[in-house]
Design a protein around this ligand. Structure first.
Ligand code: FES
Ligand SMILES: [Fe+2]
Length: 382
């Protein structure tokens, strides 16, 4: 048994009854839910397989012929853009004996070939050649199906997949958010900047921190000076999304007001920012002139990677002369992120180095964290 198998063999039965329905009586998820590899496996088989999960951006495959491997729920998948420009997601295994088809991103290909016996696939997944399938020199074009397709959809520039195939229709699932943000023309989004960071903490701690505005005056004194804790309002829409907003957001740094807003926003709307978790692991912040996502990808039970992508509103916002403004915007986000990462890693450390096993929550500020815990518990019990 290797180390990973040993970790997975440890029994894992987190006490979820403690979460209950009342926040006053509730205790948080137990430490085991943040530290046990076995529990991460359960999350992968349930939460991350059953729901719509953002796996990347259409910008990951910008041109026809591009393909890139990505991971979801611990499984490798391939995103491709075919010759007609359509984006597809497939499982990353060959239909013959199962070798991974793609290890690295590729550009401008018309097809890809399995390294083992050279079965060859088009970027729309069709198997186009199985050499010597019927004997030496007797090739066959299509002896079996092409690459196994993963249920996927593109929402603005984001690509979502549903591994189980049983999630509700994507359009129905996303409809409440479409309605909420109907005044923002998200079709204008242009990809501006990317960042990523590795965090030594379970993915749920990063999500919980994002929906926590209780800590603003203590951890983010700068941010709190123009986006104060007490100015926030909670947002909750069933098990689809939850988070918080602020209707008097007024930064004053060099990025403020430097980019064009989404078209048609009125004066009041230009002071709104909303930050939501699209359950379970996509964090989206909407401003009047940009949208930022943080895709929180588990990396073992005790780690995660944040993929941070910033989009601006319209071609004009991508003008070269606005590069310093876009850069300043990203640096603003990053400075808050650095403050958060230290805290989040401290929370993970406490599970290992203290007797902490899940705390008590503030009814005034922690209702979304309680909600998140209830959803995680309910959807990983199966
Ligand atoms: S495993 Fe891919 S061609 Fe044989
Ligand atoms: Fe924070």
């Amino acid at each position: 048994m290797n180390d990973r198998e040993k970790l997975l063999a440890v029994p894992c039965r987190p006490d979820f009854d403690r979460i209950g329905s009342s926040i006053e009586a509730a205790r948080c998820l137990p430490a085991e839910a943040y530290t046990a590899e076995r529990y991460l496996e359960i999350e992968r088989r349930t939460l991350f397989s059953n729901r719509w999960i953002c796996v990347g951006l259409v910008d990951d495959v910008p041109e026809p012929g591009d393909a890139t491997p990505l991971e979801v729920a611990g499984k490798s998948v391939i995103m491709t853009r075919d010759r007609a420009g359509a984006v597809h997601v497939f499982h990353n295994y060959c239909r013959h004996r199962g070798l991974k088809i793609l290890a690295e991103p590729v550009r401008g290909r018309s097809r890809f070939t399995c390294p083992y016996h050279a079965w060859t696939y088009a970027l729309d997944g069709r198997l186009v050649r199985a050499p010597h399938f019927d004997g030496p020199g007797r090739h066959r074009a299509r002896p079996v199906d092409g690459l196994a397709r993963v249920r996927s959809t593109v929402w603005h520039r984001l690509v979502f997949v549903n591994l189980s195939g049983h999630a509700p229709e994507f359009a129905d699932w996303i409809a409440p958010l479409e309605r909420r943000w109907a005044r923002y023309d998200l079709s204008t989004l242009r990809h501006a900047e990317s960042r990523s960071c590795d965090i030594a903490a379970n993915w749920k701690l990063a999500v919980e921190n994002f929906i926590d505005y209780y800590h603003l005056p203590y951890v983010h004194k700068g941010l709190n000076s123009y986006s104060a804790m007490e100015d926030h309002y909670p947002i909750r829409e069933g098990d689809t999304f939850f988070g918080q907003g602020n209707a008097s957001y007024a930064p004053s740094d060099e990025a403020a007001g430097g980019l064009p807003s989404f078209p048609g926003l009125d004066r009041a709307e230009r002071s709104i920012t909303e930050a939501i978790c699209l359950f379970p692991n996509l964090l989206v912040t909407l401003f009047d002139d940009n949208l930022r996502i943080i895709l929180v990808e588990p990396d073992g039970a005790g780690g995660c990677r944040e993929r941070i992508e910033v989009f601006v509103a319209g071609d004009e916002a991508m003008a070269p002369e606005l590069a310093p403004v876009r850069h300043a915007l990203v640096e603003r986000f990053q400075s808050f992120n650095v403050e958060d990462i230290a805290i989040v890693e401290g929370l993970q450390d406490a599970f290992a180095t203290t007797a902490f096993d899940g705390g008590r929550l503030s009814p005034a500020f922690d209702a979304n964290i309680h909600h998140f815990h209830r959803l995680v518990a309910a959807q990983t019990r199966a």
